[in-house]
Design a protein around this ligand. Structure first.
Ligand SMILES: [Ca+2]
Length: 146
């Protein structure tokens, strides 16, 4: 292996400049977040449309049935748990420049949707949902400056 290449930890796979690890067992947002944190990782974030495409391909290749709505949705590391109810990266509370919301989202249904999942309703994108729902998740370690 090239000494200059940023190797990923065991069980993580290098995708689009990040190391990703899939967790097929569903958990609520908080437990998923903690699980990633213990691995010095964060919940998945998309930084650009190109990176989103590469990661989506990786997810599909790894058995995620993202083509079917409401099945196999994946937690994204974005939440609006702050006092301003603003969607930010939960890890560092920074505003995300790239947030591919699905049409009509975020809609904060019943005033109870403060976390974000990656899902498919004809197109791939974000939906705000109840943080206590259980979903699969991906932990990410950022390796490259992008
Ligand atoms: Ca919603």
């Amino acid at each position: 292996m090239d000494m200059h290449s940023a190797a990923c930890p065991k069980k993580f796979k290098k995708v689009a400049g990040s190391c990703l690890r899939l967790f097929p067992n569903k958990a609520n947002f908080f437990n998923a977040y903690r699980k990633c944190d213990k691995l010095n990782a964060t919940l998945l974030l998309h930084k650009t449309e190109k990176q989103q495409e590469q990661i989506t391909k990786f997810l599909i290749d790894n058995g995620f049935k993202l083509g079917k709505p409401y099945e196999d949705e994946i937690w994204i590391g974005i939440a609006a748990l702050n006092t301003k109810a603003e969607f930010v990266s939960e890890h560092d509370q920074k505003t995300m420049k790239y947030m591919p919301w699905l049409p009509g989202e975020p809609n904060n249904r019943d005033g109870n949707e403060e976390c974000v999942v990656y899902t498919n309703r004809m197109v791939y994108g974000y939906n705000d949902v109840d943080c206590n729902l259980k979903h699969k998740f991906v932990c990410e370690i950022n390796k490259l400056n992008n």
